[in-house]
Ligand binder design. Structure first.
Ligand code: BMA
Length: 309
């Protein structure tokens, strides 16, 4: 039995559902707000640069898109310079009564992470650019640890390519105490790069971290999803990483699209004690969803583990 069961009407959102002109709908964040599901999705405009749209759903699968984009590259202050080439791959964390949105900001200086806040998904306030260049995939834990916010992210360096790191902050602006927690595994489905996917989910056994892993082939890279379990009290300590992936491109809408052979997640929303809806972009072109048992994800980590690095 597959760990992730694809929704029967996938893809759940495509460019044809968007009232303004876009080439794709993919790599979306999703959060529960006022008993509805709010999705903040990425779209390539026809010039290839990305913007963020918003869609709302009662059941987590049927989404209706707003008339206008939710966030477009800023025209003001420091954000203007660093969002020139577009904003991508958002994640949402609810903490301290606010929704924190982290997103990739692209410019001639490279890719870095922007952080914005909203309370109602109508008014959104950019707070800070929280990394330098060559970072992507920042996910923030929905709880503080010893009074500090905690994030996972993915810097890139030539000596240690594309690994997952952890950092801490008193105020969401200044981050430090950084260290590496997880690396790609040689000759393995995630050997080329790994990066945080959905913001972590709390379980009795630990924090579930659904991440993406990339494998290089003669026909380009394959993006899959995996799962790791972080210690409840000290999330820099990884209890185990599941040896097997939980989702790989198999359906036509994942195998072919804007970039073929990609499943890429920025969101997983628990809907009851043992069920989570996982959202992923299919082939960088459409949005897909599926469900998994939280206990299956935990058990895969515990029963079929490999070392974090
Ligand atoms: C990554 C990012 C993602 C994208 C993926 C597959 O490097 O650019 O936004 O989904 O590649 O193209």
């Amino acid at each position: 039995m597959a760990i992730v069961e694809r929704y029967k009407n996938n893809p759940i959102l495509t460019k044809h559902d968007v009232p303004y002109e876009v080439a794709t709908v993919h790599n979306a964040a999703v959060a529960k707000y006022n008993s509805k599901f709010v999705m903040i999705f990425r779209s390539h405009k026809l010039n290839g640069r990305s913007i963020l749209g918003k869609a709302v759903s009662d059941n987590g699968f049927d989404f209706k898109v707003d008339e206008k984009p939710f966030m477009t590259p800023s025209k003001e202050g420091i954000f203007k310079e660093y969002e020139e080439y577009g904003i991508e791959d958002p994640r949402i964390t609810f903490i301290d009564g606010e929704y924190i949105i982290t997103y990739s900001a692209y410019s001639r200086h490279g890719v870095r992470i922007g952080l914005a806040k909203t309370k109602d998904f109508i008014n959104v306030e950019r707070v800070s650019l929280i990394t330098e260049a060559d970072y992507r995939n920042v996910v923030i834990f929905p709880e503080k640890f010893n009074g500090l916010y905690v994030r996972l992210d993915r810097p890139h360096s030539e000596i240690s390519p594309w690994s997952v790191w952890i950092s801490y902050s008193p105020d969401l602006i200044f981050w430090g105490e950084s260290k590496v927690v997880m690396k790609p595994e040689m000759y393995h489905w995630d050997e080329m790069k790994i990066g945080p996917g959905a913001p972590p989910i709390k379980t009795k056994q630990g924090w579930i971290n659904i991440y993406h892993g990339v494998f290089p082939t003669m026909d380009g890279s394959v993006y899959r999803l995996g799962v790791a379990l972080h210690d409840l009290k000290d999330p820099s300590n990884i209890i185990s990483v599941a040896d097997e992936w939980i989702l790989q491109p198999e359906e036509l809408y994942e195998i072919t699209g804007y970039v073929h052979n990609v499943v890429f997640s920025c969101a997983a929303v628990p809907v009851d004690d043992d069920k989570v809806i996982i959202y992923w972009g299919g082939a960088d072109k459409v949005m897909c969803a599926g469900t998994a048992k939280i206990s299956d994800l935990v058990n895969l980590c515990l029963e079929k583990p490999r070392k974090p690095y």
